[in-house]
Design a protein around this ligand. Sequence first.
Ligand code: C2E
Ligand code: CA
Ligand code: CA
Length: 417
Amino acid sequence: MLFLRECEDAAREASRRGVPLGVIALSIGEGDEARLWTPLDAAIFDTVSQKLRERLRPGCFSSQFGSTIFIVLPGTGEEETAAFGRRLVERGLDLYLDGTPMELSASAGAATVVAWSDASRDLRDAFSRAVAALHLAWRRGSASFTMHSIAFDRQRRRENCIGRAIANALHRGEFTLNYQPIVDVIESRVVAVEALMRWKHPSLGGLMPDEFVPLAERLGYARGLDEYALTAALVDFPALRDALGDVKLHVNISPEQLWLPAAAQTLLAIVASSKIDPGDIVLEVTESARVEPLDGLVATLERLRCAGVRIAIDDLGAGFNSFQFFANITSDVVKIDRTVVPLDRTDERRKAMLDGVMRVCSALRLDQIVEGVETREQHELVLAAGGRLAQGFRYGFPVAPELIAGLYPQGKVQLAR
Ligand code: C2E
Ligand code: CA
Ligand code: CA
């Protein structure tokens, strides 16, 4: 569709220049009802389009999809977009059909976006936010206008700010690693540590990976972040081993772009330069909605395994991690997500789920680590299910590497009663 193609070109150009894109979703109805669902009569639509064309400056577009008219205003900030949308609904379009004034009313919703790496996706995102705002406006009554929620836009601005800072943070070394023990629950002993990234952002303060990792992935920094984490973890590892004894090192790697043929090579080069035995390293990978192509990812993981690095499937049972992914990836370890762990001993459903998942993993001869064990009761349930390895606040929180030796003398876990 030409309109979409033109908008995408405009979004790309805007993204190249770092300027925002205003998007307005407009619904027009006859009388005092701005209809959301019924497509406009063709004659009315032509008149509206003509009027809009006169109002829009060059480089701006409008088109109708179903009953909604989309207007895209490249290079237009939040305030200007809001002002334009408000004018449309309050003053109307001043339309005449065959010389007679048309009694039309409009509702509009608007959103702005500073397009990032994927201008087409960001454009679609802005369309859907504008439509969400239109629905809100429409519910308020005709001739209303809503800008997509300020809180949402604040969140967007925060994301933009964080996104822009990632490259610099990698360069300046603002990321650090905390370590959380993975425990043999029968012997109460640390058998491995998982490196978990933290970011001390100069103005936003401490940031957690749940916020910045998905952004890094979206913006194409996933490989850089992983290489950073692996390098730093390998530097910390000898001291952690001195403190804990014979433990393994778990590092998370993003599935994003892991299919690239160079991905395994780069990770293996980092391992090789550390003089740490690849067999002591477990790389944890989760499924993501965007793992494409799967055979490329499988090839990378195979290359890593051939070099002796162990692979863990992370978060099995959580939203994204489907059995389809599990069926296609050969791994050595499986981490069973906390959503499968029973909340307490009355939680029969999760008890059955944990039991079932553990059986599948045992049949595949995979080491199993139960994640998210928080309470003594859950700990006992893991033991009762035949689990041996677990991780969770019950055994220890992620902490800075220098605290590990004091918390787990010679790798011993002291459990509070
Ligand atoms: P994950 O790999 O599943 O890591 C475990 C997360 O669960 C950690 O959150 C940890 O603090 C939290 N956790 C541990 N025990 C418990 C518990 O008993 N209860 C609850 N409710 N939570 C527990 P964190 O550190 O915020 O990390 C979040 C996610 O960010 C990680 O989930 C991982 O997917 C990602 N991540 C962290 N570091 C890195 C990294 O260096 N690279 C990449 N690619 N992703 C990372
Ligand atoms: Ca993990
Ligand atoms: Ca996990």
